[in-house]
Design a protein around this ligand. Structure first.
Ligand SMILES: [Zn+2]
Length: 355
């Protein structure tokens, strides 16, 4: 919310830059592979190999026909736990999701990358956005060992990091739509000793996510059903959610907002922008979201598709086989976004004009 204008200018300038910028976050092993590369990312190839930017492609990936007007899956997770349920993904199942989505030729990007049209993947790969809602300890927990904090390998982030060890071109790009003050430890990933998580670890977790390249997203103060409240309370919920992120990571530009329960406020415009005045200090907190996430709806439009509406981005919930079925349908119908590896052109295969 701060310095939005200067950020916008930087983004505009950056969109003409080489697409390798995001690759600085690839681990060393991927960098080593990149230096040995013989296949530049913008050169068509039907062979498997490692691209100049460190991405590892199978022959199947390289043969995929670019379509940058295709759809993009934005997948949505809640608890990562012991069992599969509507709002819970069993840990092994989450791990299998990562594996199968990777194998299908998808690599993670953020919502901000969609907004900025900076999907910097090589030809043949497809973007996927992972979104984690509610900031529960199950997504990100610490274990204290000999006075040191370690990321719990059984938490969502622990599983994600372990997956990266064997898939070095899977970058730390995901979106965390957080609550700073909700029940059951859904308060920046755990407080008050809930699931062993200390209140003083909260900001450290949010800062770590930001430093790693993950996108921070607002999900209101405590997950209010916004349709049931006055305009004033709606604005307080959204503004205080964003203010809490700013307390953890001062100056962070929160661009994405996820509607709790996918429910719009009566005054829909307030989901995008509004303000709240803190009674004690008289300080005014303003918010202005660039993206609003719905709770469901299937794969979302490409940002190059004129129908793309950043203020209503559809998602696919991690319930049962919804994600897998959705990805299979994209392939079957030929409606999947596939990168052409060239940031200056929008690849549109023949025959998709009247899709
Ligand atoms: Zn939620």
């Amino acid at each position: 919310m701060f310095n939005r204008i200067s950020v916008a200018i930087l983004v505009a300038l950056g969109s003409y830059a080489c697409s390798a910028k995001g690759d600085s976050s690839l681990p060393d092993s991927a960098g080593a592979a990149a230096s040995a590369s013989t296949v530049p990312s913008d050169t068509p190839s039907a062979q498997s190999g490692t691209t100049g930017s460190g991405y590892i492609l199978t022959a199947e990936d390289s043969a995929r026909i670019p379509n940058e007007l295709g759809r993009i899956p934005v997948v949505e997770y809640h608890l990562i736990g012991d069992k599969d349920a509507t709002y819970e993904r069993e840990r092994g199942h989450f791990r299998r999701d990562l594996e199968s989505i990777y194998r299908k030729g998808y690599r993670p990007v953020t919502i901000s990358q969609l907004l900025d049209r900076k999907i910097d993947l090589p030809r043949g790969l497809s973007p996927v956005v992972f979104v984690f809602d509610d900031a529960s300890p199950s997504q990100f927990s610490y274990i204290e060992k000999n006075g040191q904090l370690e990321i719990d390998p059984n938490s969502g982030i622990g599983i994600w990091l372990d997956f990266r060890k064997t898939h070095p071109d899977w970058q730390n790009r995901a979106v965390f739509c957080m609550l700073p003050n909700a029940e059951a430890g859904r308060s920046f990933f755990g407080n008050k000793g809930i699931e062993g998580q200390k209140t003083e670890w909260r900001f450290k977790k949010v800062q770590w996510l930001k430093e790693q390249g993950f996108e921070l997203c607002n999900h209101t103060l405590w997950h209010a059903n916004l349709s049931k409240y006055s305009d004033a309370v709606v604005q307080e919920q959204i503004a205080r959610g964003e203010a809490a992120i700013d307390s953890a990571v001062p100056g962070y530009d929160v661009r994405t907002f996820a509607l709790p329960l996918g429910v719009w406020p009566k005054n829909r415009a307030l989901a995008k922008s509004g303000s709240w005045t803190e009674p004690k200090t008289g300080k005014v907190f303003r918010y202005n979201n660039d993206a609003i996430l719905e709770v469901a709806g299937g794969p979302t439009e490409s940002p190059y598709d004129p129908k793309f509406n950043p203020l209503s981005i559809k998602r696919i919930e991690a319930i049962g086989d919804l994600i897998e079925n959705s990805l299979n349908r994209l392939d079957k119908n030929g409606t999947r976004y596939v990168s052409d590896g060239n940031p200056n052109t929008v690849a549109k295969p023949a025959g998709t004009a009247d899709r």
